[in-house]
Design a protein around this ligand. Structure first.
Ligand code: SF4
Ligand code: SF4
Length: 284
């Protein structure tokens, strides 16, 4: 039986002793968030969506071997992009299968927008995925329409409120389906001033009603060449009260580092720069 408390993001008390690795095996995405610009970079930027390389599943398994040799405190293997895991489901499931065979002691974690996860709920439960994060920043399609440019369902692209409603519907079903399978669920909610900051309490309430375990309200990191590039990054005086108001409904994460898609190491000591060469060697 794995000790699920050894996940440093879900359990702050273990963040100083347990590390995580993000395996960048999922380049494509099935939605467009208005704050996201995925750029492949080596060490210059630290934010979600950034990685120095993309790995194939067998390369991710080899990289995992190398990482564990250098940093044995890693307890979690996660996939957080740089796109969305379920826009790349075959690569993600194959990676999880390989890790399950080679490193069954690790906790497995996936971070997704929730759009494409529903057909794979049984697979991920069988593969031993214990932690899933769903990024849900609105529970009202009118607000969601301001956050997402489009969502893709099969070959069809949906825009505006129609797209936001479809995404929300999938997210709500995903949270319930994950909890039905005893998977620990975190809700990431991006706080975007003037767009959804006064709506995040509603998100917390809905997440709580569905049984989600923890919410991570993350300040927007304004990024060049995005629609939200000119919005000012919210500071603690905005985020602190939001977390405080949400706490009676759902436990709050307060130590998120807004990691890269190839983050590795302890949360307080990211080693993606020093392991960049190892990652790139595995990617060849
Ligand atoms: Fe970017 Fe993630 Fe949004 Fe996709 S779901 S557009 S990868 S932030
Ligand atoms: Fe953990 Fe936040 Fe980093 Fe995700 S982005 S691995 S939740 S610290």
């Amino acid at each position: 039986m794995k000790d699920t408390t050894k996940h440093p993001c879900f359990n702050k008390e273990n963040a100083g002793s347990c590390g995580r690795v993000h395996l960048p095996v999922a380049p494509k995405c099935n939605i467009q968030c208005n704050y996201c610009n995925r750029k492949y970079d080596c060490v210059n930027e630290s934010r979600p969506g950034v990685t120095s390389s993309i790995l194939k599943p067998f390369q991710a398994a080899e990289y995992m071997d190398a990482v564990l040799e250098k940093e044995p405190r890693i307890t979690v293997a996660g996939i957080a992009g740089p796109g969305d895991p379920f826009a790349n489901p075959q690569e993600v499931l194959e990676t999880m299968r390989l890790l399950n065979k080679k490193h069954p002691h690790l906790l497995f974690c996936l971070s997704t927008n929730g759009m494409g996860i529903l057909p794979y709920l049984d697979d991920i439960a069988e593969l031993g995925v214990s932690h899933v994060t769903i990024t849900m920043s609105a529970v009202d399609p009118a607000i969601g329409a301001k956050i997402y440019s489009w969502v893709q369902d099969g070959n069809t692209i949906h825009y505006g409120e129609e797209g936001a409603k479809l995404l929300l519907d999938r997210q709500l079903k995903a949270i319930k389906g994950l909890k039905d399978r005893n998977i620990i669920v975190k809700i990431n909610s991006i706080a975007i001033p003037g767009i959804n900051d006064d709506h995040l309490l509603e998100v917390a309430k809905v997440a709580s009603e569905l049984g989600a375990d923890i919410q991570n309200i993350i300040p927007l990191k304004p990024t060049a060449d995005t629609l939200f590039a000119d919005i000012e990054e919210p500071n603690h005086s905005l985020i602190g009260p939001l977390r405080k108001a949400a706490t009676p409904y759902i436990k709050q994460m307060t130590h998120c580092k807004r990691c890269r898609a190839d983050a590795v190491g302890l949360l307080s000591k990211d080693q993606s720069a020093s392991l960049c060469g190892t990652l790139q060697a595995c990617a060849q």
